[in-house]
Design a protein around this ligand. Structure first.
Ligand code: ZN
Length: 139
């Protein structure tokens, strides 16, 4: 993936931090999901007083895209930190990795974890979810 594209995804994910709704944890997460069609879908984490109703930034982005008929993706950038201060990588939780497994090729889908445009790491979904259970298991 081109550095210019990575930079755009990092900027977009960081921009999402201001929309993060986190009155309980104050741990803010932003995501930028690049679809195969070139469109970027954004997400932030959205907490809830009934904790289990909380939604992660990554799933917010995926569900926005899927709800608009988009189901093919290239990469997602995730940033996060307490009070929105980025000091280390914030990796997707297990539930979000499973959602990625539903729509993405684990061999090629890229997960970009970033602190800023100079400090980031790129993983495949397979690296983050080895031996994942997906649609092919039910085919
Ligand atoms: Zn998650």
């Amino acid at each position: 993936m081109e550095k210019e594209t990575i930079n755009h995804l990092i900027d977009t994910a960081i921009h999402q931090l201001k929309y993060s709704y986190t009155p309980y944890s104050n741990f803010k997460v932003g995501a930028a999901l690049l679809a195969r069609n070139g469109q970027v879908y954004t997400g932030c984490n959205i907490e809830n007083a009934g904790y289990t109703a909380t939604n992660c930034a990554e799933r917010t982005a995926f569900f926005k895209a899927v709800s608009e008929g988009v189901k093919e993706f290239q990469a997602i950038c995730v940033v996060g930190g307490r009070a929105g201060v980025l000091t280390e990588y914030t990796a997707p939780c297990g539930v979000c990795r499973q959602v990625m497994m539903e729509f993405c090729n684990p061999e090629t889908f890229q997960v970009i974890l970033a602190v800023d445009k100079e400090h980031y790491a790129v993983y495949t979904l397979k690296e983050l979810l080895p031996l994942g259970f997906g649609p092919s298991n039910l085919a």
